[in-house]
Design a protein around this ligand. Structure first.
Ligand code: S3P
Length: 424
């Protein structure tokens, strides 16, 4: 489905609730599937990616039921041999985390994915899992992954990448391994796995950039999931650049490993306020108030990158409206996401009139540049590109046409209906 977006002339106003965090939704399903008994997940994401995880777990023998806005998962704490390959759709999180779980089972399994997922690098998990004793055949380090269940042992592994998917795969394998598994990363990536495993009773400890885990049984829990800051990012950006806007976003996950975007926006001079911070199911949550702001440029690199990795496309849109030169570097792994997000963002924002250049590990954006629009843009079958381009369309002089806009369903099917609530 193609989508036409025109400039918004009235400010965005109102109070919205952002749907559930995608990363936490995946983990809630996977970990509940490993716990013996009934778990209740409140406010589970309806995005296609978390639903892929749910389907994979169903094919591994768990039962689930949606009751109102709650997902009830019943498991015997043991997974069953799947009859067919396990299809992970577009979801890297599903494939990488499940590879960690499946490596230590007593049965064989195969993980497959769509065209985009089948191109994404899996060596980053195959290598450390193999060191633990896993047996994984792949298509030149890409999906499908054929996993022969094996007896695993703990390792002490230092990762080159700050990747929560890699960290989580190893920690999940560690749940089934003999001895201690120790994982160290160069910068802190999102720590939802550590927080939720701890909440469910695992023997896990964190010390700075190192996490240790030992074989554990998980206890079923009630897990309440907050709104996804990565989904909120498009509304935050819109509220900052559409003139005369003031919006309140309710119930947003504010785990510090995810709030790099808020730190960057503060440094850019954004008028954003956090209201009513609280802790829900071991995660920090709060409301955000965002008002139209004059922005200035910033530099984003190093340990900030994993804390805002998924928000870089929409930060690039914001940077076109910030006075000065914004430099984003050390973000080379963006080329391995659902699309090559460095190339895709630069190519498409240029079509709208942005002054933006690609570098090997990021991009350089000169602002403030009016976006002239009047162009057709591509999403590269990437949900985050689609929503970032929508945000750019709101301030483009002439209407833009976004091709294949329905890729937003991967993480945020409610995107347009929530937008309608603030655009009057
Ligand atoms: C995710 C981790 C990040 C992120 C992805 C979700 C997760 O990927 O980009 O959207 O849920 O663990 P990497 O671990 O590859 O950086």
């Amino acid at each position: 489905m193609d989508k036409r977006i025109s400039k918004i002339t009235n400010g965005l106003k109102g109070r919205i609730t952002i749907p559930s965090d995608k990363s936490i939704s995946h983990r809630a399903v996977i970990f509940s599937s490993l716990a013996n008994g009934k778990s209740v997940i409140k406010n589970f994401s309806k995005g296609h990616d978390p639903l892929s995880t749910l389907e994979v777990c169903k094919n591994l023998g768990i039962n689930y039921e949606f009751i109102n806005n709650e997902l009830h998962i019943t498991s015997q704490g043991r997974l069953q041999t799947p009859e067919n390959p396990l299809y992970c759709g577009n979801s890297g999180t599903t494939m990488r985390l499940m590879a960690g779980v499946l490596a230590g089972q007593k049965f064989n399994s195969t993980l497959t994915g769509d065209q985009s997922l089948s191109k994404r690098p899996m060596k980053r998990i195959i290598e450390p899992l193999s060191l633990m004793g896993a047996s994984i055949d792949s298509n030149d380090n890409r999906a499908p992954l054929k996993i022969s269940g094996a007896k695993l042992h703990g390792i002490d592994y230092t990762s080159r990448l700050a990747s929560a998917q890699v960290k989580s795969a190893i920690l999940l394998a560690g749940l089934f391994a003999d001895g201690k598994t120790v994982f160290t990363e160069p910068y802190l990536s999102r720590n939802h796995t550590e927080l939720m495993l701890s909440y469910m009773g695992a023997d896990i400890r964190t010390n700075g950039l190192t996490v240790e885990i030992s074989k554990s049984e998980l206890k079923p829990q009630t897990i309440e999931i907050s709104g996804d800051i990565s989904s909120a990012a498009y509304f935050i950006a819109a509220g900052l650049i559409v003139p005369d806007s003031e919006i309140i976003l309710q119930n947003i996950g504010l785990n510090p490993t995810r709030t790099g975007i808020l730190d960057v926006l503060k440094s850019m001079g954004a008028d954003i306020e956090i209201l009513d911070k609280r802790t829900v199911s071991n995660e920090i949550t709060g409301d955000l108030r965002v008002c139209t702001s004059d922005l200035k440029s910033c530099e984003i690199s190093g340990d900030l990158i994993p804390r805002l990795i998924d928000e870089i496309p929409v930060i690039a849109v914001l940077a076109t409206q910030a006075e000065g030169t914004t430099v984003i570097k050390n973000a080379e792994d963006l080329r391995n996401k659902e699309s090559d997000r460095i190339r895709a963002v630069v190519t498409e924002l240029k079509k709208l009139g942005a002054d933006i250049e690609e570098t090997q590990d990021g991009m350089i954006i000169n602002g403030k540049t009016p976006l002239k629009g009047g162009a057709e843009v591509d999403t590269y079958n990437d949900h985050r590109l689609a929503m970032s381009l929508y945000t750019a369309g709101l301030i483009s002089e002439k209407e833009i046409l976004i091709k294949d806009f329905d890729w937003i369903n991967i993480s945020f099917p409610e995107f347009e209906s929530i937008f309608a609530q603030i655009s009057g």
